[in-house]
Design a protein around this ligand. Structure first.
Ligand code: CMX
Length: 134
């Protein structure tokens, strides 16, 4: 079972520019900037009530975020749900017929184990599962 929406990922062309927009919008400073080399992204996180906003800028042209922006432009890239046991949730979703994009959970941004579910099986929305690394 999934828990709350942990964060919403937004693909942006220029992280510095978007960071200052979201600082004004949310009235709170970004609490973390982190590069995730394995995903080809630089990220900036904001707390918004119990949820977070993750801004994502591609750091290379092969990055999923670069491809997304090329095709669709800036905008909502994924919705991430918190889970307590990511491995069992990956198994459950695969058994339900979803296309789980990772064989094993991988280390993502903001101290999380993550995996992704293909947007074709989820009405056009890329889904992330994330579990806090204790
Ligand atoms: N949301 C909705 N649809 C998306 C999408 C997204 N984020 N990314 C791609 N798509 C759509 C494309 O527009 C395309 O649609 P059409 O077939 O209608 O044209 C389709 O998915 C393409 O799918 P694909 O051929 O399987 O391959 P892609 O090379 O475009 O890869 C995906 C898509 C989701 C498999 C890939 O982006 C992926 O593995 N994502 C997971 C990892 C990731 O996104 N990392 C960056 C974030 C890291 C972080 O949060 O820190």
């Amino acid at each position: 079972m999934t828990n709350n929406i942990e964060h919403i990922g937004i693909a942006v062309k220029d992280l510095e520019q978007a960071k200052s927009v979201y600082e004004k919008l949310l009235g709170t400073p970004c609490y973390k900037v982190e590069e995730v080399n394995s995903e080809g992204v630089s990220t900036a996180f904001f707390q918004s009530g119990v949820n977070k906003i993750e801004l994502l800028e591609a750091t290379n042209s092969d990055s999923a975020v670069a491809k997304f922006i090329e095709k669709k432009g800036e905008g909502i890239h994924h919705i991430a749900f918190a889970v307590n046991d990511i491995k069992s949730e990956m198994k459950r979703l695969a058994n339900e017929g979803f296309t789980v994009l990772n064989d094993e959970p991988k280390k993502g941004a903001d101290n999380k184990l993550v995996c992704f579910v293909h947007p074709k099986g989820t009405n056009g929305v890329l889904i992330e599962l994330c579990q806090e690394i204790k």
